[in-house]
Design a protein around this ligand. Sequence first.
Ligand code: UD1
Length: 386
Amino acid sequence: MAKIINVVGARPNFMKIAAIIREMEKIPRMDWLLVHTGQHYDVEMSDAFFRELTIPKPDINLEVGSGTHARQTGQIMAAFEEVCLKEKPDLVLVVGDVNSTLACALVASKLHIPVAHVEAGLRSFDRKMPEEINRVVTDILSNFLFTTCREADENLLREGVDPKKIFLVGDVMIDTLYANLSRIRAMHIWRRMGFKKREYAVLTLHRPSNVEEKPVLGEIVTALEEVSRHLPIVFPIHPRTSAAVRRFGFQGSFKFIDGDDPGPLRYSDGGSSRGPGIWCCHPLGYLEFLNLVLHSRFVMTDSGGIQEETTVLDIPCLTLRETTERPVTISQGTNTLLGHDTRRIVAEVKKIMGGEGKHCKRPPLWDGKAAERIVAILAKEFNISH
Ligand code: UD1
């Protein structure tokens, strides 16, 4: 028997843990608990994903909520330490690069509990991104480093990580994407929202570096306004960005699918068709969002995971950042790195509209079986099998 604590905290963690838990459930002697730190807590940022992806209800919710980095990380650490002392797990498994990932890895490591990090080795080489600090520190502390691509292995080896700790397994986020592809295909959210297939772009934006400084957000908004004159943009808006748009007085540049404000989403009946504009709506669930992406002309984003999902779905992705920790989505996928410069963004959109969007060669091991590989490695380590 081996006891594992699986940790989640924020939206991009949920689709990753869904794939891992599905595999762990196949091994009765793998005894696992799910701990939610509560970093994300809104229904649409958290519960909706549990429901759609049938992730079991967390055994423990630390309910830390939002805060500054130090406060949020510290509160997670204090609460998670108590959980570890009580539960005495044999392993703590963390995913991704959010504050919850780092906080729980740090606690486990100080209690001499081995740590497994899923999605290890990604590097943007930009320490101004809080996620980069989370990645570097989590990797230093981890005993099992599960990677998505060869580039990640190389980063870890360069940093002196023992090769015996590194396991190239593929991408658990893509496992969940493949497992749900038929459900994603079966939806018609784009039509219910009033858009036409391939005649809209999707936007997500939430990085502090893009939304917390007025001149930067202003430059992006100018580019989006120009793009949206040619093609409507649909923008499921993150709470951080929603607050910034109001704070800086940019509301006038956006339209709301539900009227003046992103209240509860009431779709059009599909009869009407949205004209030019940047159309905001609430953060969407997993299936609805990917359905929207699947039928879009292209995606603009500053998210990490969406760079991978668009690559697998073969939809051109314009990443509004200067760096990416996922270079494989550029070298093999549909991703182009653009920063926030208005002219670069508009020029690249024109290329896509002219039929020059990138196409994808799926990276090796992004085949829907990454979680199976991870769980097999852990089962072997703890000497437990089916
Ligand atoms: C976090 C992650 C980021 C990830 C993103 C996905 C870190 C450092 N950042 O950023 O890597 O890409 O999640 O969304 O861990 N808020 C709500 N409701 C919620 C959660 C947050 O309203 O359920 C608001 C709060 O005002 C909060 C702000 O969003 O202060 C930011 O939340 P936080 O979790 O600190 O960072 P994210 O920007 O979501």
